[in-house]
Design a protein around this ligand. Structure first.
Ligand code: GLN
Length: 232
C-alpha cells in the first residue's frame, strides 16, 4: 500500500486512511506493507493500493507535476492497482484543475475536470452512495474551493444530501478500481465499509469477515446527526 507524497499532500489528516486500511487488513490476517513515497522519490508501480490525500493549491500543483513526470501511477493503474484520492488527490486524478488562478494538467486517469467555485465549501459532507457499490451513506468533512465536473466515463460516488461535494448535487467519482471523494475526516475512519470496498477490490474478493465497528458506528451516528443539523 502506498501513501503518495506525504510531504505535499497530507495537510488534512488523510494519512489516517492508510492507517485504517492497514488495520482492517491486518485484522483479517491479510499481510500488509505500507510505504510512504515522498515527492522526490520514484513511485513503485506494483503496489495493490495507492492513496493520495488533500492539499493546498501550491503543493497540489507540484504534486500533480511530479506524478505526471514520474509516470508510475499510470503504469500501476494499467496493471489493475486500486487508487483512492481525496480532495486535491481526487482533483489531480482528472484532466485538469485550478491551483489559485492557474489551470494545471491532471493525470487524466478519471474523466473529470475541476474549476473554481463561487465559494469555499467547508463543512459536513454526506450523501447516498451509488447503489452498485452496496455501501451505507457517505459521511465526511469537506474543505475545498474547487468544483468538479464529471464526464461520461465516470460515475458519481454519491448523491449529496448535505454539503457541496462536486457541485452541490453529486459527490466524488469512480471508475473500475479508481475512486475519488471530497470527504476528509479521514474518509475511511468515517466510512469503514468504503475501506473494505478498497480492500476487496485489491484482494479480488466479494466479501471480507466482519469486524467490530462499534466505535465507527457511534462516530457515524453522531456525524449523521451533525449533517442533519447542518442542513437546517
Ligand atoms: N486545493 C484544492 C481546493 O481548494 C483541494 C483542497 C483540499 O484538498 N482540501 O479545491
Amino acid at each position: 500500500m502506498v501513501w503518495i507524497y506525504p510531504d505535499l499532500l497530507s495537510t488534512y489528516g488523510d494519512r489516517g486512511n492508510l492507517l485504517i486500511l492497514a488495520r482492517r487488513a491486518a485484522a483479517r490476517g491479510i499481510p500488509v506493507e505500507t510505504i510512504e513515497v515522498r515527492s522526490d522519490q520514484p513511485l513503485p508501480t506494483t503496489a495493490d493500493i495507492y492513496l493520495i490525500g488533500g492539499g493546498e493549491d501550491g503543493p497540489q500543483a507540484l504534486g500533480a507535476q511530479r506524478l505526471l513526470a514520474d509516470g508510475g501511477l499510470r503504469r500501476a493503474v494499467a496493471q489493475g492497482s486500486v487508487v483512492f484520492g481525496v480532495c486535491a488527490g481526487y482533483q489531480l486524478l482528472g484532466g485538469s484543475f485550478f491551483a489559485k488562478d492557474a489551470k494545471c494538467a491532471g493525470l487524466d486517469l478519471l474523466d473529470l475536470h475541476s474549476d473554481r467555485g463561487p465559494s469555499r465549501a467547508v463543512g459536513e459532507l454526506a450523501g447516498t452512495i451509488d447503489p452498485r457499490l452496496g455501501l451505507p451513506p457517505l459521511s465526511g468533512f469537506e474543505n475545498h474551493g474547487g468544483r468538479t465536473h464529471l464526464g461520461p466515463e465516470v460515475s458519481p460516488l454519491a448523491k449529496v444530501t448535505t454539503g457541496i461535494g462536486n457541485d452541490g448535487n453529486s459527490e466524488g467519482a469512480w471508475r473500475g478500481k479508481l475512486l475519488g471523494t471530497y470527504s476528509h475526516g479521514p474518509a475511511l475512519a468515517r466510512n469503514p465499509a468504503l475501506a473494505d470496498l478498497l480492500l476487496r477490490w485489491a484482494a479480488g474478493v466479494n466479501a471480507l469477515p466482519p469486524l467490530d465497528d462499534t466505535w465507527s458506528d457511534r462516530l457515524r451516528a453522531e456525524r449523521a446527526a451533525a449533517a442533519v443539523a447542518a442542513r437546517q
